[in-house]
Ligand binder design. Structure first.
Ligand code: NZQ
Ligand code: ZN
Length: 395
């Protein structure tokens, strides 16, 4: 097990009706003025926004609102939010939505706490925030894990660059997680979420470390539970236990727990961010689903035993001791079949990505020639292009 440094300070209020406590919670922390940040309208349709407004009013908390966060959130709305926070002297940002709303809120918090800096510079590694406006959340979609993570992912729509930025300033103060709020999530977004939750653990599982038995077992247990719950939620969106499993797994899968003591490099996420950065209509989970198996087949010959362990323990594939690579490949195919069974794409062709743009995507992924992607197999630009090409044909 590698050394690690672990703090997960987000308070999680998990279960039914938690959202009704939001006013009381904001008051408990002593905040005065809240920016309620939300997306394209699902929280209006469900009545959640009105409930939040009433809860804040009852607690005597003032608020302003900014909606319109799009899936794969963009810099221009973040700038608008920063300006609003400054004008209205907001002291807490309340994200009501999925990962996109959370990440947009985190970026507004960075910008709002650093009036002298350009918020995009944080996302391209040119500056670090010295202060921030804190963020709290009411989660409506189980997927990104942003409700308990230090990450935020933002797209600069002028350049098409989608960049992730990790910072302690992004750790939400508290997140209200009521599985019932996810009953209205579409079949497609439920599938995307199931894939993303699995990916956050798989990316850690396939990082280097000689040994990490406890982390392996936590990761494998989480994956098995998510596969089962993903199947059930796909068929019955109002199954509370399945929705609850996905919601809690989403938080655990990206708060660091399932990778403690292992290297964590997220190659597939880096490849995917270039895809949904270039094509913002592509949902993050769908991009991951289309790329993962091709990435896995490409890198698994460097460590077939690890992929074979995954196949045996998570997918109950029988171990072929003469040929661990065959076992490894069977586990990858089982994963791909599962994604397919949820209606997720397993090729870039299904997502209508254009092969003639793979070179540009790989160039962006190298940060314009400044990096290779570290991982169990290091990837340079040509190798990234090869993975995009392998992922292209419809299967
Ligand atoms: O905008 P509204 O109308 O709310 O609709 C959303 C959106 O269209 C809808 N939705 C959300 N909750 C719903 C609902 N529809 C019905 N009922 C509900 N209860 O779902 C759609 C997708 O929402 P979005 O927030 O974009 O999805 P997700 O949570 O998957 O977030 C995706 C973003 O998170 C980033 C991704 O790159 C992408 O930009 N990620 C963030 C991470 C992090 N901060 O830690 C890690 C991830 O790896 C990921 O990269
Ligand atoms: Zn993800």
């Amino acid at each position: 097990m590698k050394n690690f440094d672990c703090t997960i300070p987000t308070r999680i209020i998990f279960g039914e009706d938690g959202e009704k406590r939001v006013g009381e919670l904001v008051k408990e922390y002593g905040f005065h003025k809240v920016l309620i940040h939300y997306g394209g309208g699902s929280v209006k349709r469900s009545g959640l926004l009105e409930l939040v407004e009433n809860s804040l009013k009852e607690a005597g908390i003032q608020y302003v609102e900014l909606g319109g966060v799009q899936a794969n959130p963009v810099l221009s709305l973040v700038r608008e939010g920063i300006e609003l926070c400054r004008k209205e002297q907001v002291d807490l940002i309340l994200a009501v939505g999925g990962g996109s709303v959370l990440d947009s809120s985190k970026a507004i918090g960075d910008g709002g706490g650093n009036p002298e800096s350009d918020v995009w510079n944080f996302f391209i590694g040119k500056d670090v925030p010295k202060g921030h406006i804190p963020v709290a959340a009411i989660l409506t979609l189980s997927a990104s894990g942003s409700e308990m993570s230090q990450s935020a992912v933002l797209t600069n729509e002028e350049t098409g660059l989608k960049r992730g930025f990790n910072s302690p300033t992004h750790q939400p103060l508290f997140s209200i997680c009521n599985p019932k709020l996810t009953y209205t999530v579409s079949k497609f977004q439920t599938g995307c979420g199931t894939v993303d939750i699995m990916m956050h653990t798989l990316e850690r599982y396939f990082g280097w470390s000689k040994d990490s038995a406890i982390t392996d077992r936590i990761a494998e247990g989480l994956l098995k539970a998510v596969i089962e719950a993903g199947r059930v939620a796909d068929q019955n969106p109002e199954d509370y236990e399945a929705r609850a499993t996905l919601m809690w797994a989403g938080s655990l899968s990206h708060n660091g727990l399932t990778g403690l003591g292992r290297e964590f490099l997220m190659q597939v996420h880096q490849l995917e961010h270039e895809l949904s950065g270039m094509y913002p209509r592509i949902a993050h989970g769908a991009g991951l689903s289309a790329l993962w198996a091709s990435w896995a087949r490409y890198v698994c010959p460097v460590w077939p035993e690890r992929f074979a362990q995954y196949a045996v323990r998570v997918w109950n594939v029988e171990m072929d001791f003469e040929n661990p690579l065959a076992t490894a490949l069977a586990g990858i195919s089982a994963t791909e079949e599962f994604f397919r069974s949820l209606g997720m794409p397993i090729s870039l062709e299904e997502l209508e990505a254009e092969p003639e743009r793979f070179e540009e995507m790989a160039e962006k992924c190298t940060n314009f020639g400044k990096r290779t992607l570290a991982g169990i197999r290091k990837l340079d630009k040509q190798e990234m292009i090869e993975i995009y090409q392998l992922a292209y044909p419809r299967r």
